[in-house]
Design a protein around this ligand. Sequence first.
Ligand SMILES: [Zn+2]
Length: 208
Amino acid sequence: MSNFATLLDGYHEFRKEDWEQHRDSWHELAKGQHPKIMVIACSDSRVEPATVFNTVPGEIFVLRNVANLVPPDDQSNRLNGVSAALEYAVTQLAVTDIVVMGHHECGGVAAALTHKFDHASLGEGGYIDHWLHLVAETRDAVVAQHGDQATTELEQALVRLSLDNLRSFPWIAAREAEGALTLHGAWFSIADGRVYTLDTGSDAFRQN
Ligand SMILES: [Zn+2]
């Protein structure tokens, strides 16, 4: 397993190989970033958007959190890192696409299904419990339809929920309506390395 010393070994490898080979790109990137795509993914260490989509630095603007969730627009809560990152990506970088990517075996989804952190104290799961309040209604609907083992169904339902919540921000909904911004849903299956994308017509996830 990695520790900080192995990370530094990796950094020295990066300096020798990748950075050296792409020195011109890094100098260009130092002048500013112009990504056209934002990816919202889970913090899970196995779900690395740059790896899954084979992107290079400067190409995607990434936000990650527990269970790739976007809370609905709440103007009374301005200490909100998700809203700030969205506002920057959409209104300052003018991204043309936002991808919300859920994944198989999501620990946040499992916790929502098992009620693992319900009523936990802060520092012992309480913050996770509060964060997962966002998904309670969706979780209950999925459990009512598919049972309490329906991890994939809930992982995919939460992608739809985050897409719906993105549209609660008026400056996102307006850009989508005028065709300047497209929202996409995706779900990554870790074991077989496949990305499924949400087909808006059928509302189903289809393998790519
Ligand atoms: Zn996850």
